[in-house]
Ligand binder design. Structure first.
Ligand SMILES: Cc1cc2nc3c(=O)[nH]c(=O)nc-3n(C[C@H](O)[C@H](O)[C@H](O)COP(=O)(O)OP(=O)(O)OC[C@H]3O[C@@H](n4cnc5c(N)ncnc54)[C@H](O)[C@@H]3O)c2cc1C
Length: 487
């Protein structure tokens, strides 16, 4: 089975016995839970699109390992074309789900790094990590698995190195080596899509020294392995999904949800040797982190460009629904959003052009442009979110619920007083506002308050422009004087 369907993916997740908790309660069926079900739909989309003849070329590639057509999320990058295709895919997928396919996104970048570093380890040390890793990844490709990418450790006191921490387990480590495998203890935090992935692919979060060998460990395990506890995080908008009576219009990104993010605790977990890809070789951790980081930075920034595309579209639609779609300052803001976003995407493509291929045949982007692209991606997203709030108006943080809209007394009042553009129903405006609330990341009134409270930016520009015109007249007189020009 080289390509699963979305339904097959869902069935396989249902069959897993993941030890997952949400809001203090054990989750028995992730497909029916209001927090995990939408995130599962977002990942299922990556399976369904791979089976869609019109989309297949964009999301699949011929594997150089199996020779079969595999999903791009399991494909190892062979050159710049491969990598830019992945970037385009990330951007396009984000436009489609407005969420995250983290359950299979981060790991591809770790796999690409491990494939190359294990090759070099074997060459230098005579180990057989590369063969192990290849045979593991071949299975991932053949079975079309979703693999979570586990890099981030809790890290304890940030000013101290792993071995200096009062909590010895602040970074994941090997506590025992056995004949048939190793035992690991610690935690990985903030892992995207962890509970809805079949497998976990774990690597160190930083370069390590000779005396930190116990932390130099990379391995894979099924997500329902004994000894693992997963705790799902609840960003603010997710709480609405747990509120009785809340539905549809109250959710923003109704279909695909907010995020799937977990903290994972490893309580002396056994990992058989055939799943261990590094165990004590601290000298190779620097190159592993140094290759995976820029690669992942490009990929995660590409999907942010997709999110900004949604912010751009949402801002344009809401401006239109508000009745000001044709205003000059709106058009300027949309153009500025696009500029900031493409600046980032251009850097990612630059990083791809300047990338390099290692001895194992794996492609990696240029670290400088990857990091510039990531930096700009973050700036652009915050900027576009601010513009999105600006164009939406204060309603973006003061919306009515679906229950209010359906209420016999409140409904007619809302309909009467919250219609703007006469061609657009109040309901449509509310739905789009709720999506903008999600896209702009508002979980607190401060962001909207700082933009709308006391009037949006165009009002300040009016005042500043009027004052500026006065100053400019005075300044014109001064420069004419300085240049010795009369009249
Ligand atoms: C939505 C989301 C999804 C994520 N998905 C994944 C995933 O799928 N897989 C994964 O592995 N990780 C994931 N992460 C984790 C992400 O990589 C980390 O959040 C990031 O690396 C920062 O680590 P931290 O959160 O521990 O913050 P910290 O490292 O504590 O950083 C907080 C601040 O402290 C500063 N700081 C930290 N250490 C030092 C120091 N020694 N000296 C000076 N300043 C310092 C930082 O610069 C920063 O300003 C995700 C995070 C988020 C928010």
């Amino acid at each position: 089975m080289a390509l699963m369907t979305g339904q097959q993916y869902k069935d396989s997740i249902r069959d897993m016995k993941v030890n997952l908790y949400i809001f203090g309660e054990k989750v028995e069926n992730q497909l029916e839970h209001p927090i995990t079900a939408p995130a599962i739909d977002a990942v299922a989309l990556t399976y369904d699109l791979a089976n869609d003849p019109d989309y297949q070329d964009r999301i699949t590639a011929k594997s150089h390992i199996t020779g079969d057509r595999v999903n791009y999320f399991t494909h190892l990058y062979q050159g710049p074309d491969d990598f830019s295709k992945r970037l385009d895919l990330m951007r396009d997928l984000a436009r489609r789900h407005g969420m995250c396919a983290g359950a299979r996104c981060v790991s591809g970048n770790i796999a690409n790094g491990l494939d190359s570093v294990t090759f070099e380890m074997d060459k230098k040390l005579g180990t057989n990590y590369h063969e192990r890793f290849r045979s593991y990844w071949e299975r991932v490709q053949r079975e079309d698995l979703s693999v979570g990418g586990y890099i981030t450790d809790p890290k304890g006191d940030r000013s101290k190195r792993p071995g200096e921490q009062p909590n010895q387990d602040a970074y994941i480590r090997v506590v025992e080596e056995k004949k048939d495998g190793i035992v690991v203890r610690g935690a990985k935090v903030l892992i995207s899509g962890a509970s809805i992935a079949h497998e976990a692919l774990v690597m160190p979060t930083r370069g390590l020294r000779e005396d930190e060998k116990e932390y130099a460990v990379a391995f894979s395990i099924p997500t329902d392995t004994k000894g693992l506890t997963l705790l799902h995080q609840l960003p603010t908008p997710d709480f609405r999904r747990l509120t009785e009576g809340a539905k549809g219009m109250d959710f923003g990104n109704e279909r695909y949800g907010v995020y799937n993010l977990c903290q994972i605790f490893f309580d002396d977990v056994f990992v058989p040797w055939d799943r261990v890809f590094m165990c004590g070789e601290s000298e190779f951790t620097g190159s592993l982190v140094g290759r995976v980081s820029p690669t992942f930075r490009c990929v995660t920034s590409a999907c942010k460009c997709g999110h900004r595309d949604l912010l751009l579209g949402g801002s344009a639609v809401i401006a239109d629904y508000n009745g000001v779609g044709k205003a000059g300052h709106i058009r300027e803001k949309l153009s500025e959003m696009s500029f900031e976003s493409e600046l980032s995407y251009g850097c990612l493509l630059g990083a791809t052009q300047r990338g390099y291929v290692t001895g194992s045949g794996n492609f990696f982007p240029d670290p400088l442009y990857a990091n510039v692209g990531k930096y700009q991606a973050s700036k652009a997203l915050w900027f576009c979110a601010r513009m999105g709030v600006d164009m939406s108006g204060g309603l973006v943080m003061s919306m009515h619920t679906e229950k209010d809209m359906k209420h016999p007394v409140l409904g007619p009042l809302i309909n009467k007083y919250f219609q703007a553009n006469p061609d657009v129903s109040t309901e449509k405006r509310m739905k789009m506002m709720r999506l903008m609330e999600y896209l702009t990341g508002i979980g607190n009134i401060l962001v909207a308050e700082s933009s709308q409270g006391g009037a949006p930016t165009a009002n300040q520009q009016l005042v500043v422009n009027a004052e500026m015109r006065k100053v400019i007249e005075e300044a014109k007189i001064r420069v004419l004087e300085l240049a010795g020009i009369e009249g």
